[in-house]
Design a protein around this ligand. Structure first.
Ligand SMILES: Cc1cc2nc3c(=O)[nH]c(=O)nc-3n(C[C@H](O)[C@H](O)[C@H](O)COP(=O)(O)OP(=O)(O)OC[C@H]3O[C@@H](n4cnc5c(N)ncnc54)[C@H](O)[C@@H]3O)c2cc1C
Length: 405
């Protein structure tokens, strides 16, 4: 094969330092990973989050995605609660918000709501609050650490190999949760996955003297800056862009450089000036649908407004008032992988339904379901496909999740 380079190892065996041993190891510290870790820890399990960045929140913080999308159905009924709702309030605990007054406190129903149950939040302040939450729940974190490979034995993941400044190490665990957003763990463990394409996005924070003046007038800091959305978009009449499949570092690099070029072109167009400034650029690629698990069940648009016996929670469509989905537990695992669960934007949902499940509130909901299921798997010495669904639903419901809409 032309594209292979042979590395000679001195020994066929490799002895790696054990970084730690946990009940539940979560790969990825985005919203799904945080929710998974919280629910597993609250179920009494020792938990580690492995994160390649140096902060929690994933796209919601490093990616500058700072609209906590709606928890309601658009007709005044709250649909998504549990850890998803808890994290909404954590996102605005120390910073600004745009939460409609009638939703503050999280009523189950609001008659004639002026807006949906959603808010803007400050990513920096959210990051700091998430750090504190992890400490309070005794969840261990390691940043600046890249998961590289699972150690598999007959479909069971025994450990994960990571690369970090101190070298190559392993972390042992009983259940592993894929919260990478890109399904990296399940893919490398040999699970079936689907690749999908993305519009290039490059959202940045910027400000100018006019925005600052407006903020002085309104008294709301959010008017002092703008989230400018560069990139290719599927808007009618815009045919400049191309959708990109991102399956490796070259793809990520092309995606990010393309976005940053849009920023540079715009800066050049505006001209050098002391009156405007790009204040923050994203610290991770702003990808939406990259790779997802092909689970025991794949949620599609045919499942709109459908009840599932193994639902782990209901979600609403952030784009439109009305459409609802229940997420079957089967979307979180594949029978090929006995002790790996998938959460967040890489669960088994496809097509337009992936659009619904990939955003912050559903990512928190599926993370919470994975964390609770992981704890049950450990207690029952059960594989992912052997979890007692009724008991899982009872636990999630007791933790505030609406199982059936
Ligand atoms: C342009 C854009 C706009 C969006 N707008 C909104 C919006 O307004 N509101 C909304 O609710 N949602 C929005 N979304 C979607 C939403 O932000 C994300 O889909 C959601 O936050 C996904 O959470 P997650 O935890 O599943 O994944 P991610 O946020 O992707 O988190 C995955 C984490 O895993 C880590 N990781 C990945 N691989 C490894 C590895 N090998 N080793 C260690 N760590 C690893 C990453 O660093 C990251 O922290 C938008 C997304 C994009 C791209």
């Amino acid at each position: 094969m032309d594209n292979l380079f042979t590395v000679m190892h001195t020994s066929a065996e490799e002895h790696l330092e054990i970084g730690g041993e946990y009940d539940v190891v979560v790969i990825g510290g985005g919203i799904a990973g945080v929710a998974a870790a919280l629910s597993a820890a609250r179920s009494g399990k020792s938990v580690l989050i492995i994160e390649k960045g140096v902060m929690l929140g994933g796209l919601a913080t490093m990616g500058l995605i700072t609209w906590y999308l709606p928890l309601c159905d658009g007709y005044g009924r709250k649909i998504i609660s549990g850890i998803a709702e808890e994290l909404l309030y954590k996102s605005i605990e120390c910073g600004y918000d745009t939460l409609p007054e009638e939703w503050r406190g999280g009523p189950a129903y609001v008659e004639k709501a002026s807006s949906r149950y959603l808010t803007r939040f400050s990513p920096s302040e959210f990051v700091a609050v998430l750090d504190e939450m992890m400490q309070q729940e005794h969840i261990d974190l390691i940043f600046d650490t890249v998961f590289t490979a699972p150690v598999m034995e007959n479909g069971i993941c025994r450990a994960v190999i990571v690369e970090e400044k101190g070298g190559r190490k392993v972390y042992l665990g009983k259940v592993f949760i894929d919260a990478t957003g890109d399904c990296d763990l399940a893919y490398r463990a040999g699970g079936d996955t689907e690749l999908f394409d993305n519009w290039c996005s490059y959202w940045v924070y910027n400000t100018d003297l006019d925005m600052m003046q407006k903020a002085l007038e309104t008294g709301h800091i959010i008017d002092a800056f703008d989230v400018h959305q560069y990139g290719d978009s599927p808007m009618p009449g815009n045919d400049k862009g191309k959708k990109m499949i991102i399956k490796d570092a070259k793809g990520v690099t092309e995606f990010v450089l393309r976005g940053r070029k849009y920023l540079l072109d715009d800066l050049r167009r505006m001209g050098k000036s002391n009156t405007h400034c790009t204040t923050t650029i994203p610290a991770m690629a702003q990808v939406r649908t990259t790779r997802r698990l092909i689970g025991a069940y794949t949620l599609t648009t045919d499942d709109l407004n459908t009840h599932f016996d193994d639902s782990v929670g209901a979600v609403s469509d952030w784009r439109f008032a009305g459409p609802l989905y229940e997420i079957p537990y089967r979307c979180l695992y594949t029978p090929q992988l006995k002790n790996i669960l998938a959460s967040g934007r890489c669960i088994s949902a496809t097509g337009d339904t992936w659009e619904v499940t990939r955003v912050i509130p559903p990512a928190a909901l599926t993370g919470q379901a994975c964390g609770t299921a992981a704890a049950m798997m450990i207690e029952a010495s059960a594989a992912a496909d052997q979890v007692n669904i009724k008991e899982l639903q009872e636990k999630l419901s007791a933790a505030g999740v609406l199982i059936h809409f």
